[in-house]
Write a protein that binds this ligand. Structure first.
Ligand code: ASP
Length: 439
């Protein structure tokens, strides 16, 4: 039995939490491979080490050295090593790291050093080997993970190692330079390591006891989710559920390795088990709805043209214009003569929106384009929807009873997810209404 354990920033924040990590690892001999984040916040207004490292990079750009910002990072690691009573020459490691950041002049390199230092300290404390992610995780020339190459590298590097600590969040690009994943990316590293070493379980240790049905800041009584499928998590994470990085599912999918979200500070809690569809064990108290998640600030372009359905290439032409602006499309619900293009509003700032609308007008000559801004998208996710009737009716009745105006509806053909668009001002009210309707 092999378990890969990833510990997030709060678990690595100080000596006390790292001691707790050690207790967890030592409680189970199959916890052989440990992936760590950089130290995160110890209290509400604390600064994450990764954020400090981005500041280091800015300081290098401005003043040629990161001395000032790095001193805060130095202090934190020196304190951790001292509190853990570790026999580790952390000053030399920190001196070299500071020099490397000054010389590299690369934001990804600077940002990656939090995980790097965190892994060196954790490896020393656990008595495990340190294996650098830079030697095993590769990106291709398009910036995408080089999956097969990486899986082989991971296997070859770890197969003969009994126990190891690997820094999360980064690898190397095709030119050999350090490249990071997007923020929160150590979750992806854990998943890559679990796949490469052919683990039986990927434990993702964080500071909450798994996924809740919805955001507890909106619904304080939101229930915990004990079990959920890969696909459902992917939908919820994509729509803003922040427990697990949205890209952390893909690497373990092929080998069907379950992911267990666990709480470092309440290790006895079962947490959430994320499994492939056919491993899901249905129970009598399962709700039709597994989870609800959403995001604010989208813009909907509602494009209407009579006989649109008969015009070959219409949708392609619209999408080519959007692509030309290098903008990602979030959703694309369509009718016979209408097409809604849903875009995240932060891509449309500084006049981009009006330029885009004008160019679509010129290219496809629609009857009209209506722009709706300040739209929130809310996804109601549940694999049980496909087999039961009345889910949509329950959802829409609940919203009607609360006088919430639905601006857009999109149900994927997988019948796993109903996405609706409402005004930003209705966002919280809408999530509360859906939660109430199904629980
Ligand atoms: N330290 C990185 C971040 O703050 C990556 C991670 O923690 O997963 O985003």
């Amino acid at each position: 039995m092999i378990k890969v354990c990833k510990f997030g920033g709060t678990s690595m924040a100080d000596a006390n939490s790292i001691r707790q990590v050690k207790n967890i690892i030592e409680a189970d001999a199959s916890r052989r491979f440990v992936v760590v984040s950089a130290p995160g916040k110890r209290f509400k207004d604390d600064i994450k080490i990764t954020d400090m490292l981005y500041r280091c990079y800015d300081e290098v750009v401005e003043f040629g050295t990161c001395k000032k910002s790095f001193s805060i990072i130095r202090e934190r690691f020196v304190q951790i090593v001292k509190d853990l009573e570790l026999d580790l020459d952390i000053d030399s490691v920190l001196d070299k790291t500071e020099k490397d950041i000054d010389e590299s002049k690369c934001p990804d390199f600077a940002a990656s050093r939090g995980e790097y230092l965190s892994a060196i300290v954790t490896a020393a404390f656990l008595g495990f080997e340190f294996v650098d992610a830079a030697d095993i995780i590769r990106f291709d020339r398009h910036g995408q993970l080089n999956k097969d190459y990486t899986a082989d590298k991971v296997y070859n590097a770890l197969n003969d190692v009994e126990k190891a600590v690997i820094p999360g969040f980064f690898g190397r690009n095709f030119q050999g330079e350090i490249k990071t994943f997007s923020r929160g990316g150590s979750d992806i590293t854990g998943s890559i390591i679990a796949n490469g070493i052919k683990a039986d379980l990927y434990e993702n240790w964080t500071d909450v006891s798994g996924f809740l049905v919805c955001d507890p800041r909106i619904v304080p009584e939101a229930k915990a989710i004990n079990q959920i499928t890969y696909k459902e998590v992917r939908e919820l994470s994509y729509m803003g559920a922040s427990v697990l990085h949205a890209e952390a599912i893909a690497p373990v999918m092929r080998r069907r390795i379950p992911i267990n979200i666990k709480n470092t500070f309440k290790p006895e809690d079962k947490g959430t088990m994320i499994v492939p569809n056919d491993m899901y064990q249905a129970s009598a108290n399962d709700s039709v709805i597994t989870g609800i998640a959403g995001k604010k600030n989208f813009t909907v372009l509602l494009i209407e043209k009579s006989m649109m359905n008969a015009e070959v290439g219409f949708i392609r032409k619209v999408l080519s214009v959007v692509e030309h602006f290098n903008i990602c499309v979030e959703h694309l619900p369509s009718g016979i003569d209408t097409l809604s293009v849903i875009l995240s509003s932060d891509q449309l700032k500084d006049g981009v929106l009006s330029d885009l609308v004008n160019e679509i007008r010129e290219n496809v000559n629609p009857d009209y384009i209506h722009v709706m801004e300040n739209v929130s998208l809310i996804a109601t996710v549940g694999h049980g929807m496909a087999r039961r009737h009345g889910t949509a009716a329950t959802l829409f009745t609940a919203l009607a009873n609360e006088n919430i105006n639905i601006k857009m509806i999109d149900q994927g053909s997988s019948e796993l997810n109903i996405i609706i668009g409402v005004a930003n001002s209705d966002y919280e009210k809408c999530i509360r209404a859906i939660y109430k309707a199904f629980n």
